[in-house]
Ligand binder design. Structure first.
Ligand SMILES: C[S@@+](CC[C@H](N)C(=O)[O-])C[C@H]1O[C@@H](n2cnc3c(N)ncnc32)[C@H](O)[C@@H]1O
Length: 212
């Protein structure tokens, strides 16, 4: 990742935001789109499978799927604060020994990251400029299922993205948001031998589960 985006991630996804998200998660559970992806995975069956959650944030995907029967999880996240908060929450929930954490840019770390039965990127593709590398390398590591939540390339995000990026620029944060074309993301995933099994669109996001 270019160092500006890394710096931006550390500034934006900081401890304060992570703690706020964790409190919300404890009160209300995972977000709607995370729940949709978890539901689609559970419908396929997750018992005993392994999970690689890229950009896992506070770890909601991992916490929920470990409780649902996943055997082990790995959370790779570029934000130091989110990794720390996710790790603390795993210990609190009593499954700390079944989760491993790696801080950094997944694309750079990819050669040392093992494949998993399930690979998820929940609202992460929009944080990264090189979609082909992020999606291609992560899909390659999914031995059974590949789940993604990413922005729809509809008019809402076409309007929202420049506004969000202007706000980030005004607040001197080098982080930028990206809306990659759906057809391009889908083509990269299919190139890795995966086919869609579930799709649900909300006004802003698309939730897609692929399988081998
Ligand atoms: C919008 S948050 C989503 C967090 C969580 N998946 C969720 O849905 O609540 C995006 C997360 O992806 C991480 N991230 C972005 N690009 C990344 C990359 N290239 N490698 C690893 N983590 C990344 C950020 O640090 C951040 O924690």
């Amino acid at each position: 990742m270019n160092c500006c985006q890394c710096e931006g991630i550390e500034t934006l996804f900081n401890r304060k935001l992570a703690v706020r998200e964790l409190k919300k998660y404890r009160r209300k559970g995972p977000s709607q789109t995370t729940r949709l992806l978890i539901g689609a995975l559970q419908a396929e069956g997750v018992q005993g499978l392994t999970l690689l959650d890229i950009g896992g944030g506070i770890g909601a995907m991992g916490h929920e799927l470990l409780a649902a029967g996943v055997s082990r999880a790995t959370n790779v996240d570029a934000s130091t604060a989110y990794i720390e908060v996710a790790q603390e929450e795993s210990e609190r929930r009593g499954h700390g020994d079944r989760v491993s954490y790696q801080q950094g840019d997944f694309v750079e770390l990819a050669p040392e990251i093992s494949p998993a039965d399930i690979v998820t990127l929940d609202r992460v593709i929009c944080c990264y400029h090189d979609m082909e590398a992020l999606v291609g390398l992560s899909a390659q590591r999914a031995t059974k299922y590949y789940g993604v939540v990413y922005p729809r390339d509809n008019r809402w995000f076409k309007v929202a993205r420049p506004v969000i990026n202007l706000f980030l620029w005004l607040s001197r944060n080098p982080f930028r948001m990206f809306v990659h074309p759906t057809a391009a993301v889908d083509a990269v995933v299919r190139k890795q031998g995966l086919q869609p099994r579930f799709q649900h669109n909300t006004a802003l996001w698309q939730v897609v589960l692929y399988g081998r």
